[in-house]
Design a protein around this ligand. Structure first.
Ligand code: ZN
Length: 412
């Protein structure tokens, strides 16, 4: 998502390091902005897009809402909405990583519903200004507007054919004849109109889409979209998850073997192999593919967390040092992963370092907004860690932040 949208983000005058495109697990077709420099994209929108250019069209329009400041007046309600969502996403991701797929999805869905109630529907004037801005970004980025039109038309067709719930993109973005005419006119006269998408980017999108569909959809539906007759890389990818979710481990591993036959050292294929082995109770077998995947991605923190989890799950003390190193690396690059802190706390506990176990637990509670528990654990950590070490300072920070947050709550 970052690679596909960075030129648009730049064209919108935003810094790609600050702007984020975040995906949430919701099967309805939608995308929206809700304050800050964040474009939220539903998994359902990605699943229904035929190509990356369609996603680029949607994101360009949403960035137009950010430039227009169309969310600022309701900033209060929105902050609350995104807060719910972010926390539930983190919790959901942690539950998923812990192997509780269904539970994780449940947590995410509940949080999203809570956040969805605070949706914004924009006025017609705001829509046309976002359209104009989006067209400008596409022009400046040299990206064709074809996908944008295709996607809007596709949604319009869906709306005619199917029951469409109130909170979807077609409802918040009614596609009038005027709008199509204005957009077509802008896009078709742009030099980028017939410029094809970079094939490498498109291929990556098809993989991401298949992986996402396999991960979030009901397995029978995945197998319908990616039938066994389809021997493409995305199809193997999607089916591997569908089988894994249905606990058909052998079939899942066979699909992964097909992927690895195409590219034996692709880190994401290896990650998938490691995940399926780990989650089907074979942590030792999961270690070699996960090690290579971590290595090949330069220590990608989510994959590293999976490796750390596999190392701990073997219950073999010989892996504890490696688990500590791997997980410390993971949290230094992505501090906002409660499950990585949970696994790291486990490692320290097993090594008998209760102070650092408490620090890891304090990090996790602090992230989950549980100030009292974060404070208590930070204090335990401070009692056992050398005052000159950076870990001590970190425990002190958490204690301070937690105390302040508890006082704010009290005042409220
Ligand atoms: Zn809009």
């Amino acid at each position: 998502m970052r690679d596909a949208t960075a030129p648009l983000v730049k064209a919108a005058g935003l810094d790609p390091r600050n702007a984020e495109i975040l995906v949430i697990n919701d099967p309805s077709i939608n995308a929206f902005v809700a304050g800050g420099q964040i474009v939220w994209v539903h998994s359902g929108l990605i699943a229904s897009a035929d190509n990356i250019n369609q996603i680029q069209g949607v994101v360009a329009h949403e960035l137009g809402h950010i430039e227009g400041g169309h969310v600022i007046r309701s900033a209060e309600g929105i902050k609350e909405a995104t807060g719910i969502q972010l926390v539930s996403l983190l919790l959901g991701a942690a539950a998923l990583a812990a192997g509780g797929g269904e539970a994780g999805m449940g947590i995410m869905a509940a949080g999203q519903q809570a956040a969805m109630g605070k949706f914004l529907a924009f006025s017609r004037a705001q829509e046309s200004s976002a359209d104009a801005a989006g067209a400008r970004y596409l022009h400046n980025a040299g990206i064709s507007g074809k996908g944008s039109l295709e996607f809007f038309k596709k949604l319009q067709n869906l709306e005619y054919r199917l029951y469409v719930p109130q909170d979807t993109y077609v409802r918040t973005h009614p596609l009038s004849g005027d709008r199509v005419a204005v957009l077509s006119n802008l896009y078709e006269h742009d030099p980028a109109w017939s410029k094809p998408t970079d094939p490498a980017l498109e291929a990556r999108f098809q993989r991401v889409k298949a992986k996402l569909v396999g991960f979030v959809s009901d397995p029978p539906r995945t197998l319908q979209s990616y039938p066994t007759s389809d021997q493409s890389i995305p199809a193997h990818y999607a089916r591997a998850y569908a089988y894994h979710k249905s606990a058909y481990t052998e079939q899942a591993l066979a699909e992964i073997d097909a992927l690895l036959k195409a590219d034996p050292h692709d880190p994401y294929f290896l990650e998938l192999q490691g995940q399926v082995l780990l989650e089907s109770g074979k942590p030792a077998a999961a270690i070699p593919p996960l090690r290579e995947a971590v290595d090949k991605t330069g220590g990608q923190p989510l994959i590293a967390t999976l490796l750390g989890h596999a190392l701990v799950a073997t219950d073999d003390p010989k892996y504890l040092d490696e688990a500590e190193r791997v997980l410390r690396n993971a949290v230094s690059r992505d501090r906002e992963n409660p499950f990585a802190w949970y696994a790291l706390g486990n490692v320290y506990q097993r090594k008998g370092d209760t102070a650092r176990a408490a620090l890891a637990t304090a990090e996790r509670y602090s992230m989950e907004g549980q100030a009292a528990l974060a404070l208590r654990n930070a204090e335990v950590a401070m009692g056992g860690i050398d005052q000159k070490s950076p870990d001590y300072l970190r425990a002190q920070d958490i204690a301070m932040v937690s105390r302040a947050s508890m006082e704010r709550t009290k005042k409220k």
